[in-house]
Design a protein around this ligand. Sequence first.
Ligand code: IPM
Ligand code: MG
Length: 354
Amino acid sequence: MKIAVLPGDGIGPEIIAQAVKLLRALAKDGLKLEMEQAPVGGAAYDATGEPLPAATLELARNADAILFGAVGGWQYDQLPRAKRPEQALLGLRKELGLFANLRPAKVFPELVNASSLRPEVVSGMDILILRELTGDVYFGQPRGVRMLANGEREGFDTMRYSESEIRRIAHAGFRAAMKRTNKLCSVDKCNVLETSQLWREVVTEVAREYPEVTLSHMYVDNAAMQLLRDPRQFDVIVTGNLFGVILSDEASMLTGSIGMLPSASLDANNKGLYEPIHGSAPDIAGKNLANPLATILSAAMMLRYSFNLDQAAGRIEAAVARVLASGLRTADIHQPGTERVGTMEMGDAVMAAL
Ligand code: IPM
Ligand code: MG
């Protein structure tokens, strides 16, 4: 099993190092894992002038799975769009056809007090957000900034979804629902957008193939509100790229910290890119402050989804749960009465629990 390891920028290298440490331990234990590292994002731009160098893309293409840290940093903010670190991530998603982005948001009982919502609202929450990842306004053409006849500039992007793009993410949504509690909520904005109108029609059609799943529809503005009002009403949420990027950040905070949430981005054959949903956090980079758990849990998702190693994945998840139960916390989830540790110490603790 070949893994391309792409640490990226900011806290990326620190958090990836913790996950790699665990994977190495599993490899010693008999798992046939091979890891190869390559630069991506701003780090790659600094080294080669490109955020996604051909060699990095090639390594990712030839790997069975990709473990990704984070990209981005203030020093790259002024670069032309094509050179910006984010393009590396968008390029990998598009080039590798990683259209299904699974973002589980689950509240660990030990962290229920770290949530910004009251414990009685979030305790037991366990949501899966399935975000479409290769379409929508993120990739739609035409886009740009043009000069209008009256001499002012106009920025424009295009929201678009083809029927086949909607159909395949809908199928992924129903299949995910069947592995859980048979409840799927499709989020759109079909009271305003044509794209959403088609989205809702196609999802409703696909639903006929999954009679055991209860499908509901919700407007994205209402969904944003319902997530705060009563998050436990949701199980699987399927939505487009733009709505999904927003709702998944919102859902992450309900769990206590965005530093806890892993993700998987899968193609049609379950080849995947695995990354924490948080970003590169340049403000705390290199200070041993970042929470490595989202990355460690992403590595667990990799073992489960790309390699069908449920047991090994479960071992990592159980180790994380044990470390949290023992009271260790990084700064983002630290609460009175718990012990604050750094990135490396957290990684070591999970290793010891494993
Ligand atoms: C995410 C990120 C990316 C996105 C950025 C880094 C391009 O925010 O995966 O949630 O907008 O998709
Ligand atoms: Mg995001």
